[in-house]
Ligand binder design. Structure first.
Ligand SMILES: C[S@@+](CC[C@H](N)C(=O)[O-])C[C@H]1O[C@@H](n2cnc3c(N)ncnc32)[C@H](O)[C@@H]1O
Length: 477
């Protein structure tokens, strides 16, 4: 049995507080919309401060990953004070670089290293990243019994969940709970499954069982969100539309940086490699299906930023017109240059100025928004939906962050939300979309919580979720 000396807890609260890695797309606040980013390399991944970093850095420029590299990784693992943190770093590195592993995922190396936990873990991470989930599962499954930490069991449960094998996932999590009853990460993993399944009462029970840990973890964020919560309360009371200046974070520099970061992630990563990869793959499926099913003539993407999200369906569905709108002119220019499809166009300015033109565009019409309304006051969201109804928009589809409110430290369903909107974290809000849509004349036809597919989620990833919904205008068919 492998027993690991853990000199510090890799999942300690302070582990999260460093600066972000330069591979992160943008400032923290801009990245909070989906709250299921996952699979991030840790914040200090590029600082040459430890052996794991040095070993991984040395692999970066290599064209080949061969025997000396395996030996190097093995030796780093053997000497690591915290072996779980070390494995986690290896997995995070390789999940976004499956191509490196092709060279060792060959009979010669299997012959020499199969059964070795480091070898199998890095292969499994690469296979997971590449979407070969059965292979990833079999590589991890063989180590579970001998491994005296829930880390690999959670990897197995994650792979099973990502495959859609929910009974297998439930069995693995149950075994972990029996074997490691006091492990906070196992409880958070279960909580994350509860969120995905829409079981809010159970998610809150699990949250309560680790509440002191979560309160400590979110202490700073809970303090920081107070001012946004007070501002939101005032905005609701006074039906304010424009965000108070200090909470309007999207200046030109951040917007440009975020466009470039999303572009890179959308182009290079898939659903098992990062939150952005998950989002782009899933929305391609959902949007394409929806457009086909309802014969959508025009899609208006409110707050497009990097328009890769609509470009994927647009490339396949040339009879549907896709319009992206953002406030900044340079975003429209960036998108025009990146996405020159004849059925795509980009506008800049205020959505209220454009919405009336939707009437002239072919129907049925869909208003689509991703990680945009979570920045807006509820009164403004309601007015946008009402203007959409006026402009003959038949359907609305949204994907917006909906994780744990740092203000309330409790999960809510639409039935028991304490107000029309609540402050989540930073400058972001969770809205009661059902009520807002109803007030504007729409009804929800589908809703689901989307949770992280990260192979090695951290605590905050596990507390998060995005809400995906579709709605239709009441008189629409
Ligand atoms: C967070 S970004 C959207 C990100 C993008 N949908 C994604 O998920 O990758 C929000 C965008 O909404 C746009 N936006 C906000 N308010 C707007 C308004 N009133 N009219 C037009 N665009 C607006 C901003 O210009 C910004 O580009």
């Amino acid at each position: 049995m492998l027993r690991f000396l853990r000199r510090f807890d890799p999942r300690s609260v302070n582990d999260r507080d460093g600066p972000r890695s330069s591979t992160q797309p943008s400032a923290d606040a801009a990245n909070q919309g989906s709250e299921q980013t996952g699979n991030r390399e840790p914040a200090n991944a590029h600082l040459p401060s430890d052996q794991v970093t040095d070993a991984l850095e040395s692999l970066r420029p290599l064209d080949y990953l061969l025997e000396p590299n395996i030996a190097q990784l093995q030796s780093v693992f053997d000497n690591a004070d915290d072996k779980i943190a070390c494995l986690r770093r290896f997995a995070l590195f390789f999940v976004v670089r499956p191509e490196k592993l092709k060279l060792i995922n060959t009979p010669y190396y299997h012959h020499h290293h199969a059964g070795n936990v480091v070898f199998d873990l890095i292969l499994a991470a690469g296979e997971y990243g590449a979407g070969h989930l059965d292979l990833a599962e079999s590589l991890i499954a063989s180590h579970i019994e001998d491994f005296d930490d829930p880390f690999l069991g959670m990897l197995l449960a994650r792979i099973q969940g990502a495959k859609g094998d929910f009974p297998g996932e439930a069995e693995t999590v149950q075994k972990l709970r029996t074997r490691f009853p006091d492990d906070v990460m196992v409880t958070l993993f279960q909580l994350n499954v509860d969120l995905r399944d829409g079981n809010i009462a159970k998610a809150n029970q699990n949250l309560d069982s680790v509440r002191p840990f979560v309160e400590e973890l979110l202490k700073t964020e809970s303090l920081e969100v107070q001012s946004s919560a007070a501002d939101l309360a005032d905005a609701i009371k006074n039906r304010r539309l424009s965000r108070s200046e200090s909470f309007d974070i999207y200046d030109d520099a951040l917007t440009r940086q975020t466009w470039a970061g999303y572009f890179e992630h959308f182009i290079t990563q898939g659903r098992h490699q990062s939150g952005d990869g998950h989002l782009i793959d899933e929305l391609d499926v959902q949007l394409t299906d929806f457009i086909g099913k309802h014969g959508i003539g025009t899609v208006l993407d409110f707050g497009s930023l990097c328009a890769e999200i609509i470009a994927r369906p647009a490339d396949k569905l040339r009879d549907t017109r896709f319009v992206g709108i953002d406030r900044q002119e340079f975003v429209a220019t960036l998108n025009q240059e990146a996405y020159a499809l004849p059925n795509m166009s980009f506008e800049s300015g205020d959505i209220f100025d454009f919405l009336p033109q939707m009437k002239e565009l072919p129907g049925p019409r869909l208003l689509f928004h991703v990680r945009t309304t979570c920045f807006l006051y509820p009164e403004l969201v309601e007015r946008i939906y009402a203007a959409a109804a006026q402009a003959g928009v038949d359907y609305i589809m949204g994907w917006e962050g909906d994780g744990l409110s740092r203000h309330h430290l409790r999960y809510f369903s639409f039935d028991d939300m304490p107000d029309i909107s609540i402050a989540r974290k930073g400058v972001l809000f969770n809205h009661n979309y059902r009520r807002i849509l109803e007030r504007a004349g729409y009804e929800i036809t589908h809703q689901q919580n989307v949770t992280t597919l990260a192979l090695c989620p951290d605590e905050k990833d596990l507390l998060g979720a995005a809400l995906f919904f579709t709605a239709r205008r009441r008189q629409a068919s």
